[in-house]
Structure formats: structure tokens, C-alpha cells
Design a protein around this ligand. Structure first.
Ligand code: C5P
Length: 270
């Protein structure tokens, strides 16, 4: 294998997705957001009124995971600048790379980040059969043999735009999906720091959608701790630092500092 594999795991809002995307941009790596795939399956299940906690729905949800076409597309080109100058620059995150997520051809990028999906995703992610299906797709994506458009596996690697490697982020990338990754990083930060980040993100979102909404910090913290607990304590593939992963505490680091650190580590190992 000559494609470099970088695995980044960590709890919710640890900053790993932004960091992984920007590191991918700098390194010319492909970026795979494994959490977005669980979110897409959650959306598909909720749309069919399937409940992650109902026994009779469990196998239907796994079936849905197997038959859904989930397509991830990360754009590294900055979108055009907004036309007005009335938006404060702090709310412009447009220069960050973005991952577009398609479910059976429909753009669900924003919908999968809604509180409803966020609060239900851990339940779906603890379904063993759903995990089996998605882990197989994630491994195949990392080795370039999964055709997302057709939802089929190809016997030979598909031709892609010459990425030099793959960075995947999630909860079990270093432990389960890519156990032989060339570099594994476990990113974390205190719950308070992570909730503050999520809180600011939600405020920014409601600002850019021009909806006035009161966001309660304590509720954000509480939801985050609930998801942490479920991700850390579930029986199958819990969130866990792989033995050979490096620990990165991002509590007092900016995204740029995290990216610099990770890029430096990759270049040392490559
Ligand atoms: O990374 P993100 O917060 O979008 O992930 C959403 C949820 O998907 C997590 O809370 C976790 O329950 C699940 N997940 C997982 N394994 C992964 C990635 C995400 O179980 N590799």
C-alpha cells in the first residue's frame, strides 16, 4: 500500500473534523467523514419512522444502511465571497473546506447536522449490523474500491484525482476501520471547551440562516455529555484511543495549531 492512511478519532466537537479537513487540504489527501455516514443513515431511518430503540426496527435500519447510497464530497475551493459586507467576518467560515453529503442523490449536508439527527445518531451507531455495513464501506472508500455512485464495491481501485493518502475521522477509525493506519491521532478537549465550540457554531448557524433562536449553553453541554457517554460506553466499537495512537489535547489550541501539528507528524512519518 502506498497511500498514507491517517486516522483521527475523538469525542464530539473536539475539533477533529475541521482539523482533518484542513490537514487533508494541505497534504493533498482525500478526506472521509465517517460520522457523516452514520448521520445519513439516521436521517434515512427517521424519515421512515424507524426507531433505533425498537427491536423490530433494528434489522430494517441495517438494511437501509446497506441499500442507501451515501456519497461524500469534500470541496477544498473556497466558495464565492458573500455579496454584502453586512455579515461580520466572524460568521464567515466559507474559506474552510466543506463536506457535501448526498443521500440517494439528495443533498442532505445541512439536514444531517440538525439537533434531531445529532440526538439520535448514537443510538443508530450502536446497532451492530449498521456498523458492519458502514465499516465495510469506510474501508473500501479508504482503499479506493467503493463506488459511492453505484453503492457497489469494485475489484480494482477506482481512478481518483491523485490524492497522496486518506484522512478519516470518527470514533473507531484507529481501532476498527483502519487498524494499520500509518498515523493515528486521538484528539480531545474538556467537555466545557467542546460545548463552547459547539455553542458558538450553533449561534453562527442561526445567524447565517437569519433565524433568531436562543441557544442554551447548558443544554448544549448536556446533549454533548449524553452523546459522549453513549459513544464511550457502547459495547460495540466504543470511542477509545488505540494503543498506538498519539494523544492530542486541543483544549488550548486553535484549529491552525492543530493542523500544523498533524501535518508535521504526517511529514515525519511519510
Ligand atoms: O463525528 P460526528 O459527531 O458527526 O459523528 C456522529 C455520531 O456517529 C457519533 O456521535 C457516533 O455515535 C457515531 N460515529 C461512530 N463511529 C464513527 C463515527 C461516528 O459511531 N467512526
Amino acid at each position: 500500500r502506498n497511500l498514507f492512511q491517517l486516522a483521527i478519532d475523538g469525542p464530539a466537537a473536539s475539533g477533529k473534523s475541521s482539523t482533518a479537513r484542513m490537514a487533508a487540504q494541505q497534504l493533498n489527501f482525500e478526506y472521509i467523514d465517517s460520522g457523516a455516514m452514520y448521520r445519513a443513515v439516521t436521517l434515512a431511518a427517521l424519515r421512515q419512522n424507524l426507531s433505533p430503540t425498537l427491536l423490530e426496527d433494528v434489522s430494517k435500519i441495517a438494511q437501509l444502511a446497506a441499500t442507501s447510497h451515501i456519497h461524500l464530497h469534500t470541496t477544498f475551493d473556497p466558495p464565492p465571497l458573500p455579496l454584502t459586507h453586512s455579515i461580520p467576518s466572524s460568521s464567515i467560515t466559507s474559506s474552510l473546506p466543506q463536506t457535501l453529503v448526498y443521500l440517494n442523490g439528495e443533498d442532505v449536508t445541512y439536514e444531517i447536522r440538525s439537533p434531531e439527527i445529532t440526538n439520535n445518531v448514537s443510538g443508530i451507531a450502536s446497532n451492530l449490523d449498521v456498523r458492519k455495513v458502514l465499516v465495510e464501506k469506510q474501508r473500501a472508500l479508504a482503499s479506493g474500491i467503493y463506488d459511492e455512485n453505484q453503492n457497489k464495491f469494485s475489484p480494482t481501485p477506482l481512478i481518483k484525482k491523485s490524492p497522496k493518502g486518506t484522512v478519516m475521522d470518527g470514533r473507531d477509525v484507529g481501532t476498527v476501520i483502519l487498524p494499520n493506519a500509518d498515523l493515528k491521532i486521538f484528539v480531545t478537549a474538556s467537555a466545557k471547551v467542546r460545548a463552547t465550540r459547539r455553542f458558538k457554531e450553533l449561534q453562527q448557524q442561526s445567524y447565517s440562516k437569519r433565524i433568531s433562536q436562543i441557544i442554551d449553553f447548558n443544554k448544549v453541554l448536556e446533549d454533548l455529555e449524553k452523546r459522549d457517554k453513549s459513544d464511550y460506553e457502547r459495547k460495540i466499537s466504543p470511542l477509545k484511543k488505540a494503543n498506538d495512537a498519539l494523544f492530542l489535547d486541543s483544549s488550548h489550541m486553535s484549529v491552525t495549531e492543530q493542523v500544523d501539528k498533524i501535518v508535521e507528524l504526517v511529514l515525519k512519518r511519510a
